[in-house]
Design a protein around this ligand. Sequence first.
Ligand code: ADP
Ligand code: MG
Length: 226
Amino acid sequence: MSDLVLKAEAVSKSYKDAGTEVKVLSDLDFSLASGEQMAIIGASGSGKSTLLNILGGLDTPTSGTVSINGENLHAGNEQRRAEIRNSTLGFVYQFHHLLPEFSALENVSMPLLMRSMPIEEVKAQAEEVLTAVGLSSRISHKPAQLSGGERQRVAIARALVGKPSVVLMDEPTGNLDRNTAQSVQALIDKLNSEFGIAFVLVTHDPELANKTGRVVELVDGKLVNC
Ligand code: ADP
Ligand code: MG
């Protein structure tokens, strides 16, 4: 077994816009080792979200391959892709995408409910992760009753509850004040060192980027080391 959790080979992505083809990713290669923490920076519109969505199986490349723990993510059908996402990947969106009518506990429970795990076990695990992100006293709150930082921590808890081997985060601290951003950053560090979860952070925040061991920049559709 390879100790690469994520590998992208010659990944290209183009969009057709009013007849003209816009090439966003161009023969991009990338690999992430088990337990590695890295940051992707780049100008607005350079394709960071597009890349993260492709790495997370939420979008398909025009050409090239993405493998997760050695399995080609785009070779199987949508159901298989959903299974890989559910068992191996956590995804934190730029805007938290929590379900507004559900409590923090219910939002965090969703990935486990999809695994048809017994409900008592689901609740126990969701509560454990919410406690780890410092929200044990907020589990019954709905998203509208939480602050921005708390919502982001619920989104992080939801990404972590399935014990993924890699978590992809799109601007995890983009909408947070400095203090809250620092607590999210500390949480990422803790989860990385305690559980060996690999993290890919797309970020504009130089402080957050530099805390990871590896910073790469997306330029002209390719990743370059910083
Ligand atoms: P970033 O996250 O780095 O700001 P994005 O990945 O969101 O950049 O977008 C990269 C480029 O791809 C932009 O020029 C954007 O307009 C274009 N793009 C993204 N999604 C689509 C789409 N669904 N259709 C057409 N163009 C798109
Ligand atoms: Mg983006």
